[in-house]
Design a protein around this ligand. Structure first.
Ligand code: PFF
Length: 468
């Protein structure tokens, strides 16, 4: 039986709490901490939030249940799992495993940035020479990101830490780390929120996030917003990326599948909103604008901490350490998704395998790609660029997040047999309470929404202007 292999060879979660922390750890990441608040603010505030919630409930939840069920019923990583459905679906597995491998390259670089920033703020706390030292945060960022040696070293440290955890296996590494790291992250986030919302002028940031503004929906604009919200939702819930299939394959049969699938999106969305509360009020209180992407996290926020006076470096350290934790609990899931596929190959051939060797080799391949992306220095170092993007990070993100991920999830909705999900959800006499809802959404709502999301993403990336 496939599942037996999953139990005896690759590993298994020891408890339902451990599984939840690992899955939520995967979901909560850079996407929540800077992606969500910024995208929400720029796309209609509360209106975006409503649309996002609808997508999480009608599409995210059902894809998540399907992926967990597929993993648990087959006991395999993503390629083996799709192949178990049918030989002709193997290509979906391939798409879903190439994407996390690609994403790890820039995710490791950004994780390395977090380590650098946590250290720099610590340096400021002790007045050391290796702090930001009152330098303009834009200049500090530019000097660091174009410093090839430093960025490569920090990226490699991040890759190494990821490998060290994954080498220790599912319960001894991933579960052990995330059961400590995730509660710690939550506490740190609460401390930052308290500081952020009590700053004078914080209310403007709250208005930026929560004030409904329907302008973004005008004309065909809602499709654009839907695409942004949909892309964000897939990325944030780690869907279409092999992870939830893989983690599902490590979930013991006694655990209730449906309940877990309900908790994960809830926690992920809660942290996304909390991340907004931690950052936006502070950004506005300091009279700054919520810029995009890495700029918001590393330039704007550093300026916020610089303007806080003596306590600034303390909150700065806390924030970047927190983002680092969020990033590494995601990167271990990305690595595990790819490692599981290789372990499956050995199991299929009836050969013995060594998790340590496979993880280390996979880690080495990522060390190479992460170094290359770091050398590009967000496009500042004059390297040739691809697909009309400004840096390698964006080009890789276009392929992985823009194409492979939504396409993989779209195929999932089409090919998953609902009876398989029903079987998994009703094991041990459990009731599949959302069955009717699930059947309806997976057949009709999810595929339609995903085609719209894909169209909107293509439109956005290639600047076709289809939707105004
Ligand atoms: N969900 C993570 C985030 O929001 O940052 C990123 C991520 C992790 C995406 C794992 C995909 C994935 F498979």
């Amino acid at each position: 039986m496939g599942h037996k292999h999953g139990e005896s060879h690759k590993g298994q979660f020891g408890s339902n709490f451990g599984f939840l922390m690992a899955a939520i750890g995967s979901a909560v990441g850079l996407g929540n901490l800077w992606g969500f608040p910024y995208k929400m603010g720029a796309n209609g505030g509360f209106a975006f939030l409503l649309l996002y919630l609808v997508l999480v409930v009608f599409v995210g939840y059902v894809i998540l249940v399907s992926e967990l069920a597929l993993g648990r019923s087959t006991g395999k990583g993503v390629i083996g799992a799709y192949r178990a459905l049918s030989e002709k679906y193997t290509f979906i597995g391939w798409m879903e495993v190439i994407a996390p491998w690609l994403i790890l390259s820039f995710y490791s670089m950004l994780g390395g940035y977090c380590i650098k920033y946590a250290i720099a703020n610590l340096g400021d706390l002790f007045g050391a020479s290796w702090g930001v030292g009152g330098m303009d945060s834009g200049e500090f960022f530019g000097a660091f990101t174009s410093d090839m040696l430093q960025t490569v070293i920090f990226s490699l440290i991040f890759v190494l830490l990821t490998v060290i955890i994954v080498v220790r296996g599912v319960s001894g590494g991933i579960e052990k780390f995330t059961t400590i790291a995730m509660p710690a992250l939550f506490v740190m986030l609460v401390i930052i929120i308290i500081r952020s919302v009590t700053l004078p002028g914080a209310s403007e940031g709250l208005a930026f996030m929560f004030k409904p503004n329907w302008e973004a929906f005008e004309g065909a604009g809602w499709i654009r917003v839907l695409a942004v919200a949909g892309g964000q939702m897939f990325f944030s819930l780690s869907l279409g990326m092999s992870i939830m299939v893989t983690y599902g394959s490590y979930l013991p049969k006694e655990q209730n599948l449906e309940r877990s699938a309900l908790v994960i999106p809830f926690a992920d969305t809660l942290v996304a909103i909390m991340a907004g509360l931690a950052t936006m009020p502070a950004v506005f209180a300091m009279g700054l604008k919520p810029g995009a992407g890495p700029g918001l996290l590393f330039v704007t926020l550093q300026t916020v901490f610089d303007s806080m006076g003596a306590v600034g470096p303390f909150f700065g350290f806390l924030m970047y350490a927190l983002v680092f934790i969020a990033a590494i609990t995601s990167s271990i899931s990305l690595l595990e998704g790819t490692v599981a596929v290789v372990m499956d190959r050995y199991i299929e051939k009836g050969k013995k395998f060594n998790r340590k060797t496979i993880t280390t080799l996979m880690g080495l391949s990522i060390a190479v790609t992460a170094s290359l992306v770091s050398l590009d220095g967000l496009g500042a170092n004059g390297f040739p660029q691809f697909f009309g993007q400004g840096c390698w990070l964006d080009a890789i993100d276009l392929i992985a997040e823009g194409i492979l991920m939504p396409l993989g999830a779209c195929y999932m909705a089409i090919v998953i047999p609902t009876s398989l999900v029903d079987n998994e959800a009703t094991l041990n006499g459990a009731q599949f309470k959302t069955k009717k809802f699930y059947d309806f959404c997976i057949k009709f709502i999810a595929p339609i929404m995903m085609v719209l999301v894909l169209l909107g993403q293509m439109d956005g990336f290639f600047g076709l202007g289809m939707f105004g």
